[in-house]
Ligand binder design. Structure first.
Ligand SMILES: Cc1cc2nc3c(=O)[nH]c(=O)nc-3n(C[C@H](O)[C@H](O)[C@H](O)COP(=O)(O)OP(=O)(O)OC[C@H]3O[C@@H](n4cnc5c(N)ncnc54)[C@H](O)[C@@H]3O)c2cc1C
Length: 457
């Protein structure tokens, strides 16, 4: 698909039906039943499921010219599981086709700018400004990697500075020359995908740099990079400055013993360190979770605004695409329940779920019902060997769980939701802690094999 503002719907109920009224934006006004913002795996899956279940007019807005989200420019395999694992564009194509078949209407090249009513969004696209009013809105706007400036790396503004997403788009979508020698900042799964992309583009990855004591990726990927491709991993090392005018000439590094060195390179890729695309959530006054920085949601993907739901990387960057898509599918039932509910039905105040250091965040992070439909996902800031997770509310311990392996920063940690039924709706916040934790584990040369408690994208 390469046209903007394209209908992929086949079902009459999803046909475009502008009312002809002028919206508050000065453009046209449309009414739909469900508006999904973002056509990545999460948004496409939500729209496909909702349309298939008869939610009515389901419309998806995507600011890019093509649907598919991040997988669109990930030309490696690993999307989906086992024998069904495919490369990113194929995976994106599957979900786009599913949404198409179900009758959802896909509008590409259209950006949701902000809210003009509780469930009304102002948009801009090839047809000009418009206002779309929905009975329910699903936010699936994903996440992005923090760029160099946001990581406070000083220096000039030379060419040759990328995030993984920018690198992949430059190499695979635009076939641009990205350099000869590159340094990769980060050592998580996505960082190794950056190494693979550099090699496919004929760029030598001269080093990987991480502030952690070891890498945070699958051992197979990390070993291949180090032994087969000869890419050294500089641990406990920080990028302190970029050097070069016009074109990048090197990166300045500070090592754990205080030494500083400069590594010559004409490209640097800042990988991982994801931040949710939460602008719409923030603009709409939705409560953001202090850990994830995405909208706070309960186990039914309900945000703090009635009728507004959120799914995918926006909630927890960056889990595997299958997790994002599964959430889109799961969100369909609560969205339908909302559509069927009497407007204005009062909702009990949800119970917040918080984590203490060294944990960084948990999702979902609100509890509104006693149903446990999914596990929680968490992240840790440090390596923790077989940690015990403790769940407590107002001094009452609800749950203990020992993870089977090592909890690794930048990788998923899963925790059972069986304790949710024991939460007191009036008992105040639930806290997740790791009792007895004072720090991380010493750095071995290789991390232990991935275990049941973790899952890399
Ligand atoms: C480099 C890299 C490699 C990866 N490799 C793998 C892998 O091998 N296997 C795997 O399972 N997962 C992988 N992942 C993770 C996977 O890509 C994500 O889990 C998945 O893309 C999340 O889907 P999503 O729909 O939540 O968000 P996204 O895919 O980010 O989609 C969000 C969409 O919303 C759109 N959008 C945002 N704001 C607006 C707006 N205001 N208006 C309109 N549209 C908007 C964006 O343009 C985007 O298309 C990888 C991620 C990265 C970054």
């Amino acid at each position: 698909m390469n046209t903007s503002s394209t209908s992929t719907g086949t079902n009459d109920s999803t046909s475009d039906s502008p009312s002809g009224r002028s919206g508050g934006t000065g453009g046209t006004h449309r009414d739909v039943d469900v508006l999904v913002v973002g056509a990545g795996p999460a948004g496409l899956a939500a729209a496909a499921r909702l349309a298939a279940l008869g939610a009515g007019r389901v419309e998806i807005l995507e600011r890019e010219r093509e649907p598919g989200g991040v997988p669109r420019h990930c030309f490696h395999r690993g999307f989906g599981t086992g024998a069904e694992s495919v490369d990113g564009p194929a995976y994106a194509g599957r979900w786009t086709a599913a949404a198409e078949r179900a009758g959802a209407r896909l509008r590409t090249g259209v950006t949701a700018l902000g809210w003009t009513g509780p469930l009304t969004l102002a948009t801009t696209g090839p047809d000009g400004p418009a206002e779309v009013r929905a009975r329910a809105v699903v936010l699936a706007t994903g996440a992005r990697e923090r760029p160099r400036a946001a990581r406070l790396v000083p220096g000039t503004r030379p060419a040759g500075v990328f995030t993984t997403g920018e690198l992949q788009q430059s190499v695979y979508l635009y076939r641009q020359d990205v350099g000869r020698r590159a340094v990769v900042v980060g050592a998580e799964q996505v960082s190794y995908h950056a190494v693979d992309t550099l090699r496919r583009a004929g760029v030598a990855p001269v080093a990987m740099v991480t502030e952690y004591e070891r890498h945070q990726a699958s051992p197979a990927h990390a070993t291949a990079a180090r032994l087969r491709y000869g890419v050294p991993l500089l641990t406990r090392t920080t990028v302190t400055a970029l050097v070069g005018h016009g074109r990048l000439a090197g990166v300045r590094l500070r090592h754990s013993d205080g030494r500083t060195t400069t590594l010559a390179c004409d490209a640097v890729v800042f990988t991982g360190d994801f931040v949710p695309e939460h602008e719409l959530a923030r603009d709409g006054g939705l409560v953001l979770d202090p850990g994830t920085l995405g909208p706070a949601v309960d186990m039914s993907f309900r945000t703090t605004r009635d009728g507004v739901f959120a799914v995918g990387s926006l909630l927890h960057a960056a889990e595997p695409a299958g997790t994002a898509a599964r959430e889109g599918v799961l969100a369909a039932v609560p969205v339908l329940a909302h559509l069927a509910a009497v407007p204005g039905t009062p909702r009990a105040a949800p119970v917040p779920v918080r984590v203490d250091a060294p944990l960084r965040w948990i999702a979902p992070n609100l509890l509104a019902t006693a149903t446990a439909r999914q596990a929680f996902v968490l992240r840790t800031a440090r390596f923790l060997d077989r940690p015990v997770l403790q769940v407590a509310q107002d001094g009452r311990v609800l749950h203990h769980e020992r993870l089977r392996g090592t909890a690794v920063p930048n990788r998923t940690v899963r925790m059972s939701a069986a304790w949710v039924r024991d939460v007191d709706p009036d008992g105040g916040p639930v806290r997740i802690t790791v009792p007895g934790t004072t720090g991380g584990t010493p750095a071995p040369t290789e991390p232990p094999a991935a275990d049941g408690g973790t899952d890399a994208p």
